[in-house]
Write a protein that binds this ligand. Structure first.
Ligand code: FE2
Length: 426
């Protein structure tokens, strides 16, 4: 007897199977005909995936767009200044409320694990208090992993270092930083070393906003790879953004990529934001500002798409849907081969889970009973249509259901009787 059976779904690898969930875990995968369950969800013809994972977000700022004003220039630096104005007037209650609204929205899209950077440049640490409270309130249905992030610079802001360490003492579990925002390249490199040593001493993961600039001379990723190797942080370190790599000299990058691979350093590009924020100082040709995704993957580096922002000082849009993130990444990185499109789906599910070191993630017996049923036949169709999430299950409990689209179009590789999301392109 199972609590739930998800019947006849197609897994991302093309396998068709029933999935039985019991006591919050995946208890069986295979042919469960005849087995009893409290609820049977018919997923015949539908894609059944492990949950979406976002490895880079700013939960303390989300859903604040327009407060106290909009970002007129659209640049990273005005966004940071605008967030500074908002921090002066924000309250713990407001941040928790915005975060709860976002988490409910995320759950409805099947996004059940989020790594969020939380600003530590505030002597009251209101954002840290709010995000710890939020993490507790959503823990039954969303894994919220917090990064202590000195937004205004570990050294550039006079109390940031002490406050970042305080945040870690309070239970924030990942070390963050922003070396390209320090006053000098030297300070930036020193901050990378300092933060890596903190992560090593405390046995924590590290994820730095790194080289989020169009300046090809911003090479903090080199220092990050070096320190990660020196301190044995392989497999628990990530560089977020890495946009300067877009503009770097190719010869230098040919040396850098093997060093990143040797360090076991993961990369987290954020395509929605990088495509809109980078290149703002260019006339034409305008740089795209996305890091070198396919080249990293060719070197065996784990790369995961991140969302970064939804309706906040840096980005006026956003949907809490990792398929939208992957869709943009696929286009900007020109990952249009079928294998590359499949990889883009993996980048917002299994590969992001690896970056976050999520325990018991995936579709296998003994894994946590979390999955999402999509109104699509396979991962590529899911990317193309970004369809309804018919059922989202978190830790063995259905947390969201949605109706199918209103048309019944025939798709060549799917049964004609399967109801379709409205798709005028077919
Ligand atoms: Fe960010």
């Amino acid at each position: 007897m199972f609590d739930i059976i998800v019947k006849g779904g197609t897994l991302p690898d093309g396998t068709v199977a029933d999935i039985g969930l019991r006591d919050g875990l995946i208890a069986a995968i295979g042919d469960l005909a005849g087995a009893g369950a409290g609820r049977v969800f018919d997923a015949s013809g539908d894609l059944v995936s492990p949950p979406f994972v976002d490895p880079h977000f700013h939960m303390d700022a989300t859903l604040s767009y327009g407060k106290p004003r909009v970002n007129a220039s659209g640049t990273l630096l005005e966004g940071i200044a605008l967030w500074g104005e908002l921090k002066e007037i924000v309250t713990i209650e407001e941040m928790v409320a915005r975060g709860l609204r976002y988490c409910d929205w995320a759950a409805s899209t099947g996004l059940l694990a989020i790594r969020s950077h939380v600003d530590t440049c505030d002597d009251r640490l209101l954002g840290v208090q709010a995000m710890l409270e939020l993490r507790e309130q959503v823990k039954d249905y969303i894994d919220l992993q917090l990064v202590a992030f000195p937004q205004d610079g570990l050294y550039r802001d006079p109390t940031a270092r002490a406050n970042t360490l305080r945040a870690l003492d309070m239970g924030v579990e990942v070390v963050g930083g922003i070396p390209h925002f320090e006053r000098t390249m030297t300070d930036g490199a020193a901050s990378v070393r300092d933060l890596c040593e903190t992560a090593a001493e405390r046995g924590l993961m590290i994820d730095l906003h790194c080289d989020e600039t169009d300046d090809p001379a911003s090479r903090h990723v080199e220092t990050l790879a070096y320190e990660v190797t020196r301190l044995g942080l392989q497999g628990r370190a990530a560089g977020s953004h890495l946009t300067s790599m877009h503009s770097m000299d190719n010869y230098y990058v040919s040396k850098l990529l093997p060093l990143m691979a040797e360090a076991g350093l993961s990369a987290i590009p954020n395509p929605l934001i990088n495509i809109t924020i980078q290149g703002r100082h260019d006339t034409f040709p305008k740089r795209r500002g996305l890091t070198r995704v396919k080249e990293m993957q060719a070197h065996g580096i784990t790369v995961g798409w991140g969302q970064d922002c939804v309706l906040d000082p840096w980005y006026p849009l956003g949907t809490a849907d990792m398929l939208d993130v992957a869709f943009m990444g696929l286009h900007v990185a020109q990952m249009t081969h079928p294998d590359e499109m499949r990889r883009c789906f993996d980048m917002v599910t299994t590969e992001n889970a690896r970056i976050l070191n999520l325990p018991d993630y995936g579709l296998h017996v003994g894994a946590r009973g979390s999955l999402v049923v999509l109104d699509a036949g396979d991962p590529v169709e899911a990317l193309r249509l970004r369809p309804a999430r018919l059922c989202v299950i978190s830790n063995g409990r259905i947390v969201s259901e949605a109706p199918r689209g209103d048309s019944r179009l025939s798709i060549p590789h799917r049964p004609a009787t399967v109801r379709r999301r409205h798709d005028p392109g077919m």
